[in-house]
Design a protein around this ligand. Structure first.
Ligand code: MN
Length: 241
């Protein structure tokens, strides 16, 4: 079990650095993974830019978002995003929260983020939208209380991606590699869609196409191939050994 956990924590380090290197996680994004043996726990870095995360920075949390072992290190204020989704969705094993520039136009307009590409289909049939104003009025936009986290997790519902108005996005997955894959390709789909809308009328994938394309792209064959590629092109190879 210790060896398996060690491996998972190293995967989480790689996930942080891949998502940063691929331009998805900025200084303020974060990615977590549920404990494989104890569904009531999850792993997330201490408060740190994702491209700097090492195995020593990974902290184990309960679903109340408190560290399992007492620590004095600073924690992400928005860790409630992770705990709230793990509480409401037993099928979710990994969560990523980010503010990638490619997605932001869809967080600040009413233009729907729809799947327009084969790989964008991994966003799922519906992209959920959450507006903190509806439940909380004027805030500093951080999702930092249990109530805010729960409200966001409810808005995600059964979907895989929820856009957060004027803030960013939160993505869920059935595995760490799946959440990394979905986050990167949601970003790429947003970029393609944005450019396409400038050119003219778009024709999104049909629900049936989304279903079929997502199923094929989320197989290990595709996910692992991409993972190895993203890993190989990271600048600091020693950090992910
Ligand atoms: Mn945020």
């Amino acid at each position: 079990v210790v060896a398996a956990l060690d491996l998972l924590q190293r995967e989480l380090v790689a996930a942080n650095r891949i998502l940063a290197n691929e331009g998805v996680l900025d200084t303020f994004g974060h990615v977590s993974v549920r404990h494989p043996e104890d569904a009531n726990r999850f792993f997330l870095s201490r408060s740190l830019a994702p491209e700097l995360v090492t195995a020593a920075d990974i902290i184990e949390f309960g679903l109340d978002c408190q560290p399992v072992r007492r620590t004095d290190v600073r924690l992400y204020a928005e860790r409630v995003i992770h705990g709230s989704i793990y509480r409401l969705r037993s099928d979710v094993k990994a969560v990523c929260h980010y503010h990638a520039p490619a997605l932001m136009p869809f967080c600040v307009t009413d233009v729907a983020l729809v799947a327009v590409s084969h790989l964008g289909a991994t966003m799922g049939r519906n992209v959920a939208v959450w507006d903190s104003r509806h439940d909380f009025g004027d805030t500093n936009l951080l999702v930092a209380t249990d109530e805010q986290g729960t409200s966001l997790a409810r808005a995600l519902g059964p979907d895989w991606l929820v856009l957060m108005r004027r803030h960013g996005a939160t993505v869920a997955g059935r595995s760490l590699r799946e959440v990394v894959f979905r986050s990167i390709y949601a970003n790429q789909n947003a970029d393609i869609l944005h450019r396409a809308l400038v050119l003219g009328k778009i024709e999104p994938l049909t629900p049936g196409e989304v279903e079929a394309a997502a199923a094929v792209n989320l197989q290990p064959l595709a996910i692992d191939r991409a993972w190895e590629c993203w890993k190989a092109r990271m600048p600091d190879q020693a950090a992910i050994k």
